[in-house]
Design a protein around this ligand. Structure first.
Ligand code: SIN
Length: 489
């Protein structure tokens, strides 16, 4: 691998001001080179960021608290217009946002462009939803009285986001919050702060008032503790691991915050004998290899019925062998570098453990630099392998062979997680029977894609609490106030 001293992409940006190395607190940008940010493709420094302190976190919370009354008092249409202006700026700067994202996160530019559109789609969706925050009137059991159920903003919200979707996981939380009338303190992943900060620059340009959006960079434990301890923060939304989600829930318990948690998954991808083979293989490629396998909804266990098993494995292995691995900014690259060494170590550990337990590689070996993971198909996967119970978060496709529908259901549901589940069948009876029996918040029949602003997203069991996107997404940022009007005669 070629090692460069520093990567500076400013010269490649049409608007270099979008790449800022400063945290945003109460409309002021605070710049300090405390912590380095590395580009996964080269391992070299892309820039720096402040390591925000607990005091700075408190200042951001106070700014959000101060900005809250005026933001809440705007009409829903005014907030919607500001969100639409932000959305338009994201589209206008999509190429720059994608290049920043690819450089700090690693995914191919084509996928980064897709993520910018996906991220912007939440802003548009919730700008539209802002106008539909309706309450309702309840018939009173008592004469001379009326009861209104009114919707109100929750208040100051803390948003903690992951590195795998540095843009879209922010907009999916912030847009419904802003539409509802909440103000925000955002803590992006310390691996990918620049996509978040670029969104902050554009929010400012869109005219979103100071203090409504605050963005803190630095160590998650310091900022997370200050956010969770604050009684001013009334809601926390987090996307990340189940372990950290549970820890945050514990930290939020004394101040009883409303919480949305989008946590780990272990998605089954089930292919029945009667499936459309080509469609199932295409779906597996989309579900398994999007973002190099680094999504919570990636197929983690591919279950294939015996009658279609060999044909499926052959077709999948051929497609995986054709995947091009390289730097995200490279021509025609399908899979970029993994986020960091720990990620690669886990992927390699899962593959080695599976091979030691009898799995076989169905794909050809390849030589890759150490920041990349080899995309592989493994046959003969069993439930005693690490990859059966842990999320691999990488381009590894283990195939579990099964015979009956009952067996497939038992394997599919046999995990504490319940985020996404996919299955392929052409039998409509089975489609309903199996789909309803799957323990997952997201079920996909005959498709490998389930991420849209219009559809509710979230898990059951250890995969989390609450829903994002869709009509449900805005409810997470609203409280219902029952307003009783008496003495009406
Ligand atoms: C995630 O991996 O957490 C989100 C994936 C998606 O929105 O599709």
């Amino acid at each position: 691998m070629t090692v460069h001293a520093k990567i500076d992409i400013r010269a490649q940006l049409r608007d270099p001001a979008l790449l800022t190395e400063a945290a945003l607190i109460d409309g002021q940008w605070h710049s300090r080179p405390d912590m380095a940010v590395h580009a996964p493709a080269t391992g070299t420094v892309m820039g720096h960021m402040p390591d925000c302190t607990a005091t700075e976190t408190q200042a951001a919370i106070t700014a959000a608290q101060t900005a809250l009354p005026a933001w809440k008092a705007k009409t829903n249409a005014e907030r919607a217009d500001l969100l639409m202006a932000w959305y338009q700026l994201m589209l206008d700067h999509a190429d720059d946002l994608a290049l920043i994202l690819t450089t700090e996160q690693g995914k191919p530019l084509s996928e980064a462009r897709g993520e910018i559109q996906y991220g912007a789609s939440f802003v548009r969706w919730f700008a539209e939803e802002a106008r539909r925050i309706n309450g309702h009137i309840i018939p009173s059991p008592v004469a001379g009285k009326k009861i209104f159920a009114m919707k109100e903003a929750v208040g100051v919200c803390a948003i903690i986001t992951p590195w795998n979707f540095p843009n879209a996981m922010i907009t999916r939380k912030v847009a419904p919050g802003l539409a509802a009338g909440c103000t925000m303190v955002i803590k992006p992943s310390d691996f990918t702060p620049y996509s978040a900060l670029a969104l902050g620059v554009l929010a400012e340009r869109a005219g979103i008032p100071k203090g409504v959006i605050n963005i803190l960079t630095g160590r998650p434990e310091v900022i997370g503790e200050a956010l969770t301890q604050s009684p001013v923060v009334r809601k926390l939304s987090f996307t990340g691991s189940t372990r950290v989600g549970a820890l945050l829930a514990e930290q939020c318990a004394p101040t009883l915050k409303k919480m949305s948690l989008e946590l780990g998954g272990n998605a089954p991808f089930v292919v029945f004998d009667d499936a459309d083979l080509a469609a199932a293989v295409d779906g597996a490629m989309v579900s398994k290899f999007r973002n190099g396998g680094q999504t919570c909804v990636c197929a983690n266990r591919i279950l294939v019925q015996s009658g279609i098993h060999d044909a499926f494995v052959a077709a999948l292995a051929e497609k995986v062998d054709a995947l091009r691995v390289g730097p995200g900014t490279g021509e025609n690259v399908d899979i970029g570098p993994m986020i960091n060494e720990a990620a690669i170590e886990k992927i390699n550990r899962h593959v080695e453990d599976a091979l030691a337990h009898g799995a076989r590689k169905a794909t050809k070996p390849r030589e890759l630099d150490r920041q990349y993971a080899d995309p592989v198909v493994l046959t003969g996967a069993t439930k005693d392998m690490q990859l059966a119970s842990e999320e691999t978060f990488g381009p590894v496709a283990p195939i579990f062979q099964f015979d009956t529908e009952e067996e497939a259901l038992e394997i599919a549901n046999g995990t504490p997680f319940g985020l996404a589940a996919y299955f392929y069948t052409t039998d409509m009876g089975r489609a309903f029977r199996f789909g309803e029996a799957l323990e997952a918040g997201l079920v996909a029949l005959n498709t490998g894609a389930l991420s849209h602003a219009e559809a509710p997203f979230g898990g059951v069991k250890s995969s989390g609490l609450g829903r994002e996107g869709a009509q449900e997404g805005i409810e997470e940022y609203l409280e219902t106030k029952a307003f009783h009007f008496g003495g009406l005669g």
